[in-house]
Design a protein. Structure first.
Ligand SMILES: C[S@@+](CC[C@H](N)C(=O)[O-])C[C@H]1O[C@@H](n2cnc3c(N)ncnc32)[C@H](O)[C@@H]1O
Length: 483
């Protein structure tokens, strides 16, 4: 494993609070791929299993072919079918003939346990027969998997009962020599706090996977890295400069959530109290990230939510420029948007962000509901309603407000920002009522989208496709941008 990680300039070090951490041995610049890794097992979700290959998880233009024996698993070509057969399908095919599994945990366990049984058997044989290079190449994945955190003693009784039931069912259907029912429960505990949902370039989930390498990365609510996918391949990318010796962090949950919700989710699913730079400070709200949390913390009830919804709808329909929405949007975008396009340093960006946060506090915006998660959800729904109704001008107003909130909550090179910019740029382009003004805005926004997506989406065929769309005329009839 050390050899694999060192190829990427990474080390795994012990960490008192987190068990282990991944740190970098070399400076990593924004947009660079940190590591590319394959899953032990991954498969498409039920809704995608006929449009994504069960083995490589890629979407194909042609119809997928089903396994001629069980008729229940779909592949893009012979080579994927063969790999799946060798890996696990040979053993599981008779089971799929009876019925396919609708339970992801059960499905993952069947596949992973079969592979581990083979790995343990091979290890035994290798010890007797000395070498087997092909197996050794993948052995590190199994070795890492078997050392991942289970948090078994912290799992709820309900979880443990559920894991026991699945393990019993599997033991009835599959025979193991090397692994026990107790091991199966451990594997389910590992899945619970280590597995990943695979998502497409629009962040829609299409599969689940066990990625032992990806599972070594710890969480931060202000991450310096993001996780992207190309089919079944996981790509971890740098979104903030990471210096030698610094830890690389991804986020396990949506960082737009408020502090209380993040805390609850991380505790319930991953069994830890987050002590990242955003959650943990000696004095609460003493640093810029914890101040952001103060802005988004929901302090009041249903009545203010209704009040927010009503004033937002009025603002959009009446175009009140003096409204607090307009003021906040203008303040944030006029100071932060240029940082997306220009190659300013992370420090320059954070300084500007810090100044904006101070102004928002001075002007008492911390006492309003403008930044609440519930307000953002409502605004996003209204934004997409306006798009559906082709009310482009109103969609641009709402889209700009959402962008300003995103720039406060997310790191500047986060996929949510790139994707939102792309949608907003298209709204401007479609807003012909505002003539050349909106075309100019559209080009400015699309250039920002291009910059962000080039950082977040520049690897993997499906991902680069979205960047190419910005250049093409296909979806927005826009002129090509940039060189
Ligand atoms: C996917 S694993 C990450 C790798 C893990 N540290 C290891 O050594 O195997 C997730 C677990 O790591 C720990 N962890 C991850 N991020 C953490 C953080 N920010 N603070 C404390 N513990 C963390 C928690 O125990 C969590 O359940």
């Amino acid at each position: 494993m050390e050899t694999f990680l060192s190829q990427y300039g990474l080390s795994l070090i012990e960490n008192e609070n987190k068990f282990r951490s991944i740190v970098t041995n070399k400076k990593i610049n924004i947009g660079k791929t940190i590591i590319v890794s394959h899953p032990l097992i991954s498969f498409p979700t039920l809704t995608c299993n006929k449009i994504r290959c069960d083995q490589c998880l890629k979407k194909k233009d042609h119809t997928l072919q089903t396994c001629s024996r069980c008729q229940n698993v779909y592949y893009c070509d012979r080579s994927c079918q063969k790999s799946s057969w060798v890996s696990h399908h040979k053993l599981l095919c008779p089971l799929y003939k009876k019925s396919t599994s609708t339970n992801n945990d059960e499905e993952m366990l069947k596949r992973v346990s079969n592979l581990i049984e083979k790995f343990l058997n091979n290890n035994n044989n290798n010890n007797n027969n000395n070498n087997n290079n092909e197996n050794e190449n993948n052995n590190y994945l199994f070795e890492i998997f078997l050392r991942l955190m289970t948090h078994r003693t912290e799992q709820s009784n309900d979880n443990l009962k559920y894991f026991e039931k699945i393990s019993n069912d599997i033991c009835e259907n599959l025979n193991f020599n090397k692994i026990t029912k107790d091991d199966l429960i451990d594997y389910l505990c590992i899945f619970y706090c280590n597995n990943f949902n695979l998502h497409d370039n629009q962040l829609f989930v299409y599969g689940e996977g066990t990625f032992p390498i990806g599972s070594l990365f710890n969480h931060s609510c202000r991450p310096n890295a993001i996780v992207m996918y190309d089919g079944a391949v996981q790509i971890i990318k740098c979104i903030e400069v990471i210096n030698v010796g610094e830890e690389i962090n991804i986020s396990y949950i949506d960082v737009a959530l408020n502090r209380m919700t993040r805390k609850k989710m991380l505790q319930e699913k991953y069994f830890f109290e987050c002590q990242c730079s955003r959650c943990f400070s000696q004095e609460r709200y003493s640093n810029i990230f914890s101040k952001i949390d103060q802005l988004i913390e929901e302090k009041d009830q249903e009545t203010t939510r209704q009040d927010f919804n009503q004033t937002l709808e009025n603002w959009v329909s009446l175009e009140q420029n003096e409204s607090k929405f307009s003021k906040v949007t203008t303040l944030i975008l006029s100071n932060l948007l240029s940082h997306l396009k220009n190659n300013t340093t992370d420090n320059d960006y954070l300084n500007s962000l810090s100044e904006i946060i101070s102004i928002l506090f001075q002007q008492n915006y911390s006492m309003t509901n403008l930044f609440y998660t519930s307000s953002l959800s409502f605004t996003t729904k209204l934004f997409y309603d306006k798009i559906d109704l082709q009310q482009w001008y109103q969609s641009t107003i709402l889209g700009k407000y959402i962008l300003s909130i995103y720039l406060i909550i997310y790191p500047r090179y986060h996929p949510m920002i790139g994707l939102h910019l792309f949608t907003l740029g298209k709204c401007y382009w479609n807003d012909i009522t505002n003539g050349s003004k909106s075309i100019k805005e559209s080009i400015n926004i699309l250039e920002c989208a291009q910059k962000v997506l080039n950082i977040t989406h520049n690897e993997g065929a499906e991902n680069t496709d979205i960047i190419n769309q910005i250049y093409s005329h296909t979806s927005i009839s826009a002129p090509p941008l940039g060189p």
